[in-house]
Design a binder for this molecule. Structure first.
Ligand SMILES: NC(=O)c1ccc[n+]([C@@H]2O[C@H](COP(=O)([O-])OP(=O)(O)OC[C@H]3O[C@@H](n4cnc5c(N)ncnc54)[C@H](OP(=O)(O)O)[C@@H]3O)[C@@H](O)[C@H]2O)c1
Length: 383
């Protein structure tokens, strides 16, 4: 029985994790659950899964949660201090990192320091502080298994292979809802159209990231840290059907891919059961329905976020943290209809141009770069 600490249980990944646990009650136990604002869903999940602890980050909801869980022995914590304490102190074997954004960084770091293995969906943690996280993983002898479907695919292709034999990693990208939209229309794209992803049902932030293709840019940085590959060896190919989840080409020219229907339950289950695999009743790919798989080169002029992410990776130091924080700010303002779709890359580029890189940052330096970029972007919207 694996004991799981699920951080970000009320989101799209969090709910899929709970679906996997529901189907495998003898394999997994939920030890703690956390949410930001969604106290109603958190309370329902707690009453179903009976964890030892829950954390609601928005402190104003703690009273409601207490009332809903009265009569149970579930411990209630709140605030970001409560979240970080839970990551460090609660007795789970594996943290499932399903929080969105750089808010997932500190709890993940605390869990690693406490020797807990990590199943990571929260790509922003590696984007912001990949080198620091890798150093801690080595120091505390902790495994980190990716949940992101592309990285799960790469991870599965690399099992049993040496890194010397890898020629390049090939990340597939659906291209998002605007793959075929003329660039002239980008200035007036609406929030509703950006939230209509053709293949995946995900949280709002990652869905907008897919529309700008920043999601793929963040994934290039994530792949760099996960597999310790230089950016020149990480390529992107547009594959609108999302059946091939990513590929690895080896030095002999052989290519391995991992395929499946676009359903996050598969990579989640793999991360929770690795190195084993367990059966499930999920639908298989019917290749007669997918008898055509398309591939295109990504268009970095149309999707400048891709170029910005490669630039941040080349610049390194605190630049990826600035890229990420500016993107989080811009996406949040876009979702509130305060800025347009094209303002997202504009803001990010402005913040990156204005940033003085710290080349070898500590955790505090990275957090300061994140804070600086958010302040910079707030200033931008005022002007
Ligand atoms: N969704 C996917 O299919 C998918 C695929 C690959 C990778 N990912 C990655 O997985 C992560 C989660 O994505 P998602 O789509 O599941 O996001 P989501 O649906 O927006 O859920 C995010 C979760 O994080 C919590 N949260 C948000 N802000 C927080 C904060 N400041 N402090 C603490 N908790 C906070 C939310 O709580 P509330 O519900 O209370 O707001 C929710 O539980 C992201 O990094 C994303 O890039 C997602």
């Amino acid at each position: 029985m694996k004991r799981l600490g699920l951080f970000g249980s009320t989101g799209s990944i969090g709910e899929n994790v709970l679906n996997v646990v529901r189907h495998n009650p003898d394999a997994f136990e939920i030890v703690c659950l956390t949410a930001h604002h969604n106290v109603q869903k958190l309370a329902d999940q707690a009453l179903e899964f009976r964890p030892q602890s829950v954390c609601i980050c928005a402190e104003e909801h703690a009273g409601y949660l207490k009332e809903k869980l009265s009569g149970t022995s579930i411990r209630i914590t709140h605030g970001h201090t409560g979240l970080v304490d839970l990551a460090r102190e609660e007795s789970f074997d594996m943290m499932v990192g399903a929080i969105v954004g750089s808010a997932g960084l500190l709890p993940t770091i605390e869990a690693i320091k406490a020797g807990k293995n990590i199943a990571l969906a929260n790509k922003e943690t590696l984007v912001v502080a990949g080198e620091i996280v890798n150093h801690l993983l080595e120091k505390h002898k902790v495994d980190l298994i990716p949940i992101d479907s592309e990285h799960s695919a790469l991870f599965q292709c690399l099992v049993g292979e040496s890194s010397d034999s890898v020629k390049r990693l090939i990340l597939t990208a659906s291209g998002g809802p605007f793959l075929h939209t003329p660039v002239e229309e980008f200035e007036t794209l609406t929030v509703e159209s950006a939230l209509k992803h053709p293949n995946w049902n995900m949280g709002a932030k990652i869905t907008v990231d897919s529309a700008t293709m920043m999601n793929k840019g963040l994934e290039v940085i994530e792949a760099h840290w996960l597999f310790r590959m230089p950016s020149e060896k990480i390529d992107i190919i547009i594959h609108p059907q999302s059946i091939i989840h990513s590929m690895v080409e080896f030095v002999d020219g052989s290519i391995k891919s991992q395929m499946g229907l676009p359903d996050m339950k598969l990579p989640i289950q793999y991360a929770l059961t690795y190195p084993g695999r367990i059966q499930n009743g999920y639908e298989s790919v019917d290749f007669t329905k997918y008898n055509r798989l398309d591939f295109y080169q990504p268009d970095t002029k149309k999707f400048p976020c891709l170029r910005l992410a490669y630039d941040a990776l080349k610049a390194m130091g605190t630049m990826p943290a600035v890229l990420n924080a500016a993107n989080e700010m811009a996406v949040s303002k876009f979702l509130k209809r305060e800025i347009g779709f094209n303002d997202i890359p504009r803001w990010i580029e402005k913040a990156m141009n204005a940033h003085s890189i710290h080349p070898d940052p500590s955790l505090d330096d990275v957090l300061e770069a994140d804070r600086w970029a958010r302040e910079f972007c707030s200033g931008e919207i005022k002007t």
